[in-house]
Structures are given as C-alpha cells and as structure tokens.
Design a protein around this ligand. Sequence first.
Ligand code: DQA
Length: 144
Amino acid sequence: ASVLILNGPNLNLLGTRQPEVYGKTTLADIEALCAEETARLGLEMQFAQSNHEGALIDMIHAARGQHAGIILNAGAYTHTSIALMDAIASVELPVVEVHLSNIHARESFRHTSYIAPVALGQICGFGVHGYILAIQALQRHIVS
Ligand code: DQA
C-alpha cells in the first residue's frame, strides 16, 4: 500500500520559520523521517508540499486509486478551506490530520479545523513526531 503525505502553505520554510513554534527541523528532514517509518512498516510513500490551495486539492483528487490514505498538514488552510474539506469528502480516502504545534493551545482562530470533520483523527502538538504517529495510525487503519 502507498500513502500520500501532503503539506500545505509555508511548511516549505520549516527550519527557519518561527523555530520557537515549529522547531528547527526542515521539511526535507521530515520527509527523510517519514521515508524511514513508511519503509519500516512496508508502505510506499509520496511526499509533497504546495503553497496553493488548488494544487493541494488536485493532489487529493489524484490520490484516489493511487494511495490507500493521506496524511495532511494543511497549514493555515486547515482553518479556512471548505474546498479542502470537500475534496477529502469526495475522494473517500482515510485522512489523518497532522499539526506540529498544538493548535488548540494557540490563537482561537486556530482552534477550528475544516479538516477534522472529514478526517479519521487529528494529531497535534507533538512536533515532527506527529508525522510518525500519523503514519502508524494510518497503517493500522489500512490493514484492519
Ligand atoms: C500548522 C498549524 C497552523 O495553524 C499553521 O497555520 C501552520 C502550521 C502546524 O503544523 O502546527 O502553518 O499546521
């Protein structure tokens, strides 16, 4: 089975972007950690990032038939994008929502997620390790 690990706006800047909030790990580092964990679990992986809402939607559509599930850190689109929510609902693939930071402990506008109602579950607040937890959760779901 294969999983899509999709990252939204500004996550390409990880490592230098507000390191006090998001840590010093780069997106390339996260990709390497995810490659290791998916390989360990016998999964294939596609890792992608876009700053564009429509490009993220296109990748979610394209995942149908290609991937068994999606791990999504939608960045700030989490809190704004009904279109991303509709895309996830449309493809009927299991989605695990991930955030590096604990969005519920931050500004109130980050407490709402348009992804959560259409996700299997949400992992937030554990930094980079959240991606590993998400891979494990998705793998359990896929094989069960
Ligand atoms: C984020 C949390 C979002 O609120 C924020 O807009 C991001 C990153 C996280 O991983 O903690 O861009 O998704």
